[in-house]
Design a binder for this molecule. Structure first.
Ligand code: SF4
Length: 272
């Protein structure tokens, strides 16, 4: 079953209400558990959880150390192209914008990659708008292959693709995929994405599933805070469900608790 069905079935209003009604005892019970569920998340983002912030932060820190050690991954982006066939209200690359459009040649991409390598970067993120003519999959494949000859870790932030195209990119050496799911609210999504393939909400929502199935080792998901509606609890509930969903694969985020605490820490003033 795809995550689309899980999202459609998520009783957001009920969960938000349960969060607002959670007691300190509910929070304490959650904090004693080893594995947490979405119901536990509801407790951790509750007003009652505010006074447990320090404890949550310490637990999150311990999980971070256990899973990642004292490691910071630095990456640098290379913008391959600002051509785009989509019209997204919040983006300067939007197709109706009258701007200079540039797509780097593969040789120009390599010049950038070598300069970043000289500066010490070993993780490079290739970023591009979505345009089948100027940014075809063959071009992305070639960029990944060549850049991967210079640095060990290459990730992509490009238009969403089908599983076979993702497989080609993985075979070329792409390790990670970064995806913005700007909002989980269908109506708002439709208002923000006026035309182009990106208007297809379900296809975008299922992208992590296709990427996982194609073999990407790292999946990164992000949201735009400016598109938060319905309050901050709703804003964090849906992505939390998404990152913990089995449909998207366990590689996405097993450290659910860490996400809980980060959400609470980030949005705490807004939760009160
Ligand atoms: S698809 Fe991406 S690059 Fe294109 S307009 Fe939308 S946000 Fe910008």
């Amino acid at each position: 079953m795809s995550f689309v069905h899980e999202l459609n079935a998520l009783p957001v209003k009920e969960l938000v209400k349960r969060s607002l009604d959670a007691t300190p005892q509910d929070v304490e019970k959650t904090l004693k558990k080893e594995r947490l569920s979405l119901s536990d998340f509801v407790n951790l983002i509750s007003p009652a959880a505010v006074k447990y912030m320090e404890k949550m932060a310490q637990m999150a820190h311990a999980i971070t150390l256990q899973r990642f050690g004292r490691v910071i991954r630095l990456f640098a982006p290379i913008y391959l192209s600002n051509e785009c066939i989509n019209s997204c209200k919040y983006c300067g690359f939007s197709r109706e914008n009258d701007i200079l459009r540039v797509t780097l040649t593969v040789d120009e991409v390599m010049q950038e990659a070598r300069e970043l390598k000289r500066q010490g970067f070993r993780n490079i993120l290739l970023v591009a708008g979505e345009h089948p003519k100027f940014v075809p999959v063959d071009y992305l494949e070639e960029c990944v292959r060549r850049v991967h000859e210079e640095v060990p870790s290459v990730s992509l932030e490009v238009g969403t693709l089908g599983i076979e195209d993702y497989r080609k990119l993985v075979r070329a050496g792409a390790e990670g995929l970064v995806l913005y799911q700007e909002t989980y609210d269908r109506e708002l999504y439709a208002k923000m994405h006026l035309s182009g393939p990106k208007r297809n909400f379900d296809f975008r929502l299922e992208t992590p599933e296709r990427a996982y199935a194609a073999g990407f080792r790292r999946l990164g998901m992000a949201r735009y805070t400016v598109l938060a509606i319905g309050g901050m609890r709703q804003f964090v509930l849906q992505p939390m469900l998404h990152t913990s969903s089995n449909t998207a694969g366990n590689r996405m985020s097993q450290s659910l608790f860490r996400g809980f605490v980060h959400a609470q820490a980030l949005f705490n003033p807004l939760f009160r």
